[in-house]
Design a binder for this molecule. Structure first.
Ligand SMILES: C[S@@+](CC[C@H](N)C(=O)[O-])C[C@H]1O[C@@H](n2cnc3c(N)ncnc32)[C@H](O)[C@@H]1O
Length: 222
């Protein structure tokens, strides 16, 4: 990790402070890039469909966990249409409060709203078919990310999957002092995944995003 994380306490508390001031909207979740949400969700749908279904080795559709869920942008358009039950976890209580109305009728199928940092969160053992972790890994230190991924593995059902979808830097670790996060290059993310004892079973780059933003990659792990 870069210097930013040397003071771990302020790395986390600065991020919490940053998100507390962000408006609970799709645009807020995407740092002003609300317009890319459709492309993002459609790409994720196509990615996930490769694994879901009946039959040998297929991932079930009982329960999903949305990590760093915010107001539930992904829960609403990707996870609730595909899974019977969805749990949300986020460090910002205001976003989870907003999710209750943002998800409308389908909020009935939300199992739990957990207000917690992922660095402290222990997902229930054996509960989830899919654990979706998008645009939030940069808020965890290397150690916390590895430990969280290990706990996620424990929380999977048979044939379950952990999905990481996130920004990847072109080289090294790039700190963002504004939201108190880091952006890691893909080889570093892969090595943290492997340190967690997980295997990458599929990897894709999200296409058709604006040129000026980081490249976004999706990794399926188990
Ligand atoms: C860029 S937004 C992405 C939200 C959502 N994943 C999406 O794609 O619409 C980052 C989210 O991570 C949350 N967050 C930041 N640090 C976190 C942490 N340590 N643990 C859990 N959530 C965190 C923020 O509150 C915010 O909702």
């Amino acid at each position: 990790m870069g210097d930013v994380a040397q003071d771990e306490t302020s790395f986390y508390s600065n991020a919490e402070g940053y998100w507390r001031d962000v408006s609970p909207t799709v645009d807020g979740m995407l740092g002003g890039y609300g317009s890319i949400s459709n492309i993002d969700i459609n790409g994720s749908k196509a990615f996930l469909h490769k694994f879901l279904g009946e039959g040998d080795g297929k991932t079930g559709t009982g329960c999903a966990l949305d990590c760093g869920a915010g107001i539930g942008r992904i829960t609403k358009r990707l996870l609730l249409p595909l899974f019977h039950t969805v749990d949300l976890v986020d460090v910002t209580q205001e976003f989870l409060d907003k999710a209750k109305t943002y998800l409308e009728e389908d909020s009935k199928r939300v199992g739990n709203y957990f207000c917690s940092g992922l660095q402290d969160f222990v997902p229930e053992s054996g509960r989830y078919d899919v654990i979706w972790i998008q645009w939030v890994i940069g808020h965890l230190t290397d150690e916390h990310l590895v430990d969280f991924l290990r706990r996620c593995q424990e929380a999977l059902r048979p044939n379950g999957l952990i999905i990481i979808k996130d920004n990847m830097s072109y080289e090294g670790v790039v700190p963002d002092e504004v939201d108190s996060s880091v952006c890691r290059e893909l080889p570093i993310v892969r090595s943290l995944v492997s340190r967690a004892g997980l295997r990458i079973i599929h990897e894709e780059q999200q296409m058709d995003f604006p040129k000026e933003i980081y490249q976004v990659h999706t990794l399926a792990l188990r």
